[in-house]
Design a protein around this ligand. Structure first.
Ligand code: FES
Length: 176
């Protein structure tokens, strides 16, 4: 029987992120320290730290990703794998209002396609795009756990359910 250790290969190739590393105010650093102190293993605080970096920089930009790798003693690839997995984490700038339209089964059956089309027509952008004034980004995402009230979308942290084109108009028109 072989006693060779199993070599685990990384799932993706290292990402070239540049040399710049983000810096933050003493208050933000203290907030980060508080999260790091909650976990016995540094990497367990990856998600809260990502949210802080995203909040401070608007999205997980290359210097922000480099900062996270340094602070968590991880490879850039480790950060990147998480950053590109969750739809609530952004590796590109998003608008002031990020409309995330669920496209999974229940929503699809209940008319998510019509909702996406309506949003696109109203705002003049396709999924994955941001309006020129930086106010709106449309994304299509997988199930947001609100299948019983399909079709639905999430705008920033708020859920909007049982959508119709008329309801979408009301919601978007009410945004400041
Ligand atoms: S399928 Fe849309 S919320 Fe679950």
């Amino acid at each position: 029987m072989s006693t060779q250790p199993i070599q685990i290969q990384p799932l993706s190739q290292p990402v070239d992120i540049g040399d710049e590393i983000a810096s933050f105010s003493p208050e933000v650093e203290a907030e980060i320290d508080r999260h790091l102190a909650k976990y016995p293993v540094k990497r367990s605080s990856i998600l809260p730290l990502m949210f802080i970096v995203q909040r401070e920089r608007g999205y997980l930009d290359p210097p922000g990703v480099a900062y996270l790798a340094k602070r968590l003693s991880l490879r850039i690839t480790d950060i990147w794998e998480v950053a590109t997995f969750y739809s609530m984490l952004h590796t590109k700038p998003v608008g002031k209002y990020h409309i995330q339209i669920c496209r999974t089964l229940s929503c699809k059956i209940m008319g998510a396609g019509k909702i996406t089309e309506h949003c696109s027509q109203k705002l003049g952008i396709k999924p994955g795009e941001t309006t020129r004034d930086g106010r709106f980004t449309i994304s299509e995402v997988e199930c947001l756990g609100s299948c019983g009230t399909a079709p639905m979308f999430q705008i920033n942290f708020d859920y909007h359910e049982s959508l119709t084109p008329e309801k979408v108009d009301q919601i978007l028109d009410a945004l400041g």
